[in-house]
Each structure stands twice: as structure tokens, then as C-alpha cells.
Design a protein around this ligand. Structure first.
Ligand code: SF4
Ligand code: SF4
Length: 132
């Protein structure tokens, strides 16, 4: 019981990140999209992509446009215009509206924003402040 309380207190006190900056409308986040299979793994092959499109029609909004360093496929959204603006801006989904999402695990593990993105995350406290 004590260890559960301790864990809960540590969780509350753990580092929090704050989103800063602004969108530069470069469109990079609409053309470097990772999609995930039902096993929560990134889609690596065309066959997997075909499968998830059958599973959920929302995946039909994307086309394969590249590969990441890890071999995962990268997708571009059909709604991205030549001017890097969203053609469905008013009707875009919640995921697009909230991008970039705060993902503490990703940030703690050294995850970085897309190159050129105008947003960045900073811890709410400096490391030294956590030692006090
Ligand atoms: S990558 Fe960042 S700056 Fe570029 S469009 Fe997406 S949110 Fe905006
Ligand atoms: S719907 Fe618009 S904002 Fe969302 S990924 Fe597509 S182009 Fe980008």
C-alpha cells in the first residue's frame, strides 16, 4: 500500500512538459505521418497498409510517400495542398488540431520534433529544481 502511495506521489511530482512555439505552416507533419497497425506497431509494408485501410476507412486519407530511418512507412495526407495548407482545415480531425501532442515517454526518451517545426517542448522545471 505504501509503495502505491509513493508511486502516486512520484507520478504527480514527475517532470511535466510545456508546449511552446507556433506553427510555421510548413506542412511537414502532414507528410511524415506514421500509421499504426492493430498491434500498435508502425506500418512497415504496403500489405499492412492495405489491411488497415480495410479495417478503418479513415486510413484511405493517406498515401505512402517515404520511409523512416527505422524502415517504417511514412504517409502524406491527401488533404494537404500544394501551398502546404490543409484543404480541410475547418473539418480536420482532433489529432490534427492538437498536433503536436505532448508525449512524455517520447520526450524523456529523447524524441524530437520534426525538423523545421515551430513547436517545441520544455520541462516545466529545471533539473536542479527537482533535486531541491
Ligand atoms: S511541422 Fe510543425 S510547424 Fe510544420 S505544419 Fe506541422 S505543426 Fe506546423
Ligand atoms: S487533415 Fe489537414 S491538418 Fe490533418 S493531416 Fe491532413 S492536411 Fe494535415
Amino acid at each position: 500500500m505504501f509503495s502505491q502511495i509513493k508511486f502516486f506521489i512520484q507520478k504527480l511530482q514527475s517532470s511535466k512538459y510545456i508546449k511552446k512555439g507556433r506553427c510555421k505552416m510548413c506542412g511537414a507533419c502532414c507528410r511524415n505521418i506514421l500509421l499504426f497497425s492493430d498491434k500498435n506497431l508502425p506500418v512497415m509494408t504496403e500489405e499492412q497498409f492495405e489491411k488497415i485501410k480495410e479495417w478503418d476507412k479513415h486510413f484511405r486519407s493517406f498515401y505512402i510517400s517515404g520511409k523512416s530511418e527505422t524502415g517504417a512507412l511514412l504517409f502524406t495526407c491527401y488533404a494537404l495542398g500544394d501551398n502546404n495548407k490543409c484543404k480541410l482545415y475547418l473539418f480536420r480531425g482532433l489529432g490534427c488540431r492538437q498536433y503536436p501532442h505532448k508525449n512524455t515517454k517520447f520526450l524523456i526518451n529523447g524524441g524530437k520534433m520534426l525538423e523545421g517545426c515551430g513547436f517545441y517542448f520544455e520541462p516545466d522545471k529545471k533539473f536542479e529544481e527537482y533535486l531541491k
